[in-house]
Structure formats: structure tokens, C-alpha cells
Ligand binder design. Sequence first.
Ligand code: SAM
Length: 279
Amino acid sequence: MYSENLELSFRVRDQLLSVKTDYQRIDVFDTYDFGKLLAIDGTVQLTERDEFVYHEMITMMPYYSSKIVPKSALIIGGGDGGAAGALLSLGLKKIVNVEIDKQVVEVSKKFFPSLYKSFKNNKVTLEIDDGVKYISSVKEKFDLIVIDSTDPVGPAEGLFEQNFYSKVKSVLSPNGIAVTQSGSPFYQPKALKMAYQGLSATFKYARPYCAFIPTYPSGFWSFTMASDVPFVNNSKNVKPGKYFNQDVYTGALKLPQFVKNLIQGPDTSDKKKKSSRKK
Ligand code: SAM
């Protein structure tokens, strides 16, 4: 878990599955406290008990920050179906979900049917492909692009690179918003830095925000959204979820000082900000 001296452990009733796919190892456990848990390469992806936090925060924050009412979305990763489900509940009309590993989808179908069910909705198209490859060839534009990926190692490495963010920009509607999960600021500062610096070098505006996710390392997680138009606060119109509400919208954008320091490391976009402050 990011350090050989640390462990995140769950007491389990049973191991329900362990499979090695072409891309990664997938495990499903039946835990005592969190229901079924999906892990990829030994890293928690979701649990039945707290998945709502991640899925609401990766979709509702950009949705309620958008100048336009988003109608279409592209999800990269997200093979469990949770992000697609959250977007459907926001009323999105068209969702394309690109997952690299068809076995993640199969596992979700068998063990997490309440998340998988979004793939049965005719507003959702599931593509089994590498998101980096897919985004290079897609012609249409999307109002939201949600990068619901694993950590920046293995198949997801390319999803944190600036070259990929430029492709994201080319398929984002002019008023659209892209968002990525950007890891634990405490244990994975590099993931947040890569995401923030890559997105702020590509788009005019980039904003990290945080959420409390009990089963992710440190429980404190970050996401970063980006756009070429300023973010708008539409949260007064929010229909509260289980985690998300108007107060959470405002609070999630307030960053602890160590996170501010982290993203203000040396990079081109920050140099621009520092020099404009001096004037
Ligand atoms: N909630 C999660 C988290 O932050 O731990 C992410 C969950 S979702 C299961 C992540 C998915 O991203 C995995 O199913 C993985 O196969 C997929 N993925 C990784 N790299 C990808 C790529 N290059 N293109 C498309 N999907 C990818």
C-alpha cells in the first residue's frame, strides 16, 4: 500500500474470486464490515458500503460546476458501472463507457449487480478498449469526461499523462468539464501532482477537490476537474445524494495547506500564477 511498512486490512468471511486477466489481478472478498469488496492488483476499488461516496463525488462535482447542463458523457475506466449509474441518475442522455478489461465488467455483473445494471440501460454504450486508444479515434464531443481509472501504474499509467489530457480536450465540448480521480494526497502525492499539473497545463482552469472515502488508503481522496471555461457553482440546485449536498460541494473545494503546497510545486502553470500575483 504505497509503503512496505503499511497495510490496509479487512477481516473477511470469504474470498469469492481471484482471477488474473491480461491486464491485472481481480479479487472479490466478502468482508465483515463493508460487504463485498472489489480489489485490482491488491488495491481497493470499491466496497458495497462506501462506493456511493466515490461515485457521487466523481460525477456530481463536475456536473454541478458546469456552465451548461451536461447531456453526454464519456467514462474512461469505470468497468464496475458505478460512475455510469451516478450519471444516469443525474439525467444524462448519452453515456459511452470505455473499459480496457472486459473481466472487470463480468465480475461486476456477477458480484455487484446494482452497479452493473447501468450497462443494461440503453443510454449507456459499453466499449471494451484502451481509453488512450479509444480517445484518439473518437469523433464526437462530450459534455463531461470522467476518468474513473485505477492508480497510475500498469494499464492506467497513460491516463495520467499530459498527452492523454490533450486528447481529452479535443473530445470535450467547448463548455465541458473533464474530471479524474487523482489519488490520496497523503500517500500518493505524485498522482495528484501529475493529474493537476497535466490538466492545468492543458486546460485554462483546473481544481482539485477532496472527499472522505473510508476504504481508500488514508480515507482522504482527491479528484481534479478541468475546463476551458470557469467553473460555475450550481450547487443550490442540487438534489442531495447519500454523500453529496450543497455544503459538500463548497467544502470539497477547500484544500488543506499540505495539499495546496503539493499542487503549487514547480510547474509551468503555477509559475504563471505566481508571476500574476506579484503584479
Ligand atoms: N473507483 C476506483 C478507484 O479509484 O480505485 C476505480 C474503479 S474502476 C474499477 C477502474 C477501472 O479502470 C478498472 O476496471 C481498469 O480496468 C480500468 N482501466 C485502467 N486502465 C485503463 C485504460 N487504459 N483504459 C480503460 N480502462 C482502464
